[in-house]
Design a protein around this ligand. Structure first.
Ligand code: NAD
Length: 439
């Protein structure tokens, strides 16, 4: 007889609502078990400090004019500048950007970086726009949020749908309006190297996550896994985070990448898939611009490719992908949440119950903001660090963050996600109480 396990948890599919639920639960825990803090202080952390919505016209290549909506949310000014990426995607709205800004506040506390949380974005479909249209969109959006951003106030970075080209344009636009600013390049991170970008920023999110994964395996925190060598990997999402994770694990750790997917579907091959060759296939003009179609492998839907056997599963696409339903069939030993918010609250509970080691997003993908911090420091000091130095410092930050979260988990008997939230909230409250209330 098959016994269906039931869970009391209500699965929350909305990312902002889920972040608020998880935050409230962790806050309650901190209040009862760690330190009791005046409700007035904790309320400051619950809502974003500032939410900006801008609507602006854009001249399209065919001569028509379209209106776009952009957002910039600064979640907390615990530390300044605030920091967070810019996302271009059709589903960008105020709630999504607010949830992502909330996560940034927590993430900066987990890796102990002196930034507050922010996020921005424009509701658009970059795949349907020309290069020239995207460049004009970036200039106009930067102009509309110019009064908010600055090296000391709020520093954007890349996220889904944006990359170093957009960051170069953000810098240039800011520079044109602030000619006397002595460290204007520190207004944005993730820039091209010749504009003050940092070596290693492109790979930072993936590399930071891999340092944590390596540490988890080294400390025997992953059941029946003693080494990354020959471990099998499935990666969801083949952009900055996903592609770099696949490439580093394949080239430098001897892992076998058995599954890769993007927004059009996934492919799976037990013999292994070469990340670089698949990227070439994806970028070919003659193809669908997808990993699907590579060597005629059958295209798979998310339920199918996420539940294929593997040692390491890396969601690196977008929020709310690993649901309760899918997680029941997941066969990985460890999950590295490189995307923001990929795993629902119910999925977390199910995966934890199955003994799968889940490394949560606010820890796993914090390498991106960490190297952004290094870039900001270099720009302010007029320095250029070697890649080896960036990697060394990144590894140190990520291993320390993992150690802190694991210690919190052990001390209070929590799973890693709850422990990361509890650790971040405790650190945020320390800063709030230390600063006091102005005036
Ligand atoms: P990207 O735009 O470079 O790549 C996103 C990839 O995901 C693309 O390959 C796209 O086709 C794929 N994708 C989209 N929807 C999908 C779906 N439903 N199923 C499978 N694949 C899908 O974006 P990125 O910068 O790699 O960001 C990916 C995730 O990592 C996001 O959640 C982002 O917030 C997070 N993140 C990125 C950074 C960074 O530095 N880039 C830092 C921290 C967190």
């Amino acid at each position: 007889m098959i016994v269906q396990q039931t869970y009391e948890i209500k699965e929350e599919f909305d990312f902002l609502k889920r972040t608020r639920v998880e935050f409230a639960e962790a806050l309650q825990f901190v209040n009862s078990q760690v330190r009791s803090v005046d409700r007035g202080f904790t309320k400051v952390l619950e809502q974003p400090f500032r939410q900006s919505v801008v609507r602006f016209p854009l001249l399209m290549d065919d001569g028509s004019i379209e209106t776009f909506t952009g957002f910039r949310v600064q979640h907390s000014r615990l530390c300044e500048p605030t920091k967070g990426g810019i996302r271009y995607a059709p589903d960008v709205d105020l709630d999504l950007v607010t949830a992502l800004a909330f996560d940034m506040t927590l993430k900066c506390r987990v890796v102990n970086i002196p930034f507050g949380g922010a996020k921005g974005g424009v509701c658009c479909d970059p795949k349907k726009m020309s290069r020239a249209e995207l460049d004009r969109l970036t200039r106009r959006y930067t102009y509309e949020i110019m009064h908010l951003i600055g090296p000391d106030s709020d520093v954007p970075a890349p996220d889904v749908g944006t990359g170093e080209r957009e960051m170069g344009i953000v810098y240039d636009t800011y520079r044109m309006f602030n000619p006397r600013c002595t460290c204007a390049s520190a207004v944005v991170t993730g820039k091209p190297l010749n504009l003050g970008g940092s070596p290693g920023r492109d790979q930072a999110t993936a590399q930071g996550g891999i340092y944590v994964l390596e540490e988890a395996v080294k400390r025997n925190h992953v059941k029946n896994m003693t080494s990354l060598k020959a471990a099998t990997v499935i990666v969801q999402g083949f952009g900055n985070a996903g592609y770099n994770a696949a490439k580093i694990l394949n080239d430098e750790y001897g892992c076998k990448i058995v599954g890769i997917s993007d927004s059009k579907g996934g492919i799976y091959c037990q013999d292994g898939l070469p990340p670089e060759e698949i990227l070439v296939h994806k970028n070919k003009k003659s193809t669908e611009r997808s990993v699907v179609g590579y060597r005629d492998l059958r295209g798979l839907g998310p339920k199918e490719y996420l539940t294929k056997p593997c040692d390491i599963l890396i969601p690196a696409a977008k929020e709310t992908q690993i649901t309760g339903e899918i997680s029941k069939d997941i066969r990985a030993r460890v999950i590295l949440d490189l995307a923001n918010g990929p795993t629902t609250n119910l999925a977390h509970t199910i995966l934890f119950g199955k003994g799968i080691h889940v490394i949560p997003d606010i820890l796993a993908n914090a390498g991106g903001v960490t190297v952004s911090y290094f870039e900001w420091l270099q720009n302010r000091a007029g320095e250029n660090w070697e890649l080896s130095m960036v990697k060394e410092k990144l590894r140190k930050k990520m291993v320390t963050a993992y150690t802190n979260v694991v210690e919190t988990a052990v001390k209070y008997n929590l799973d890693l996600r709850k422990a990361a939230f509890v650790f971040a909230i405790r650190k945020s409250l320390d800063i709030l109480l230390g600063r006091g209330v102005f005036p």
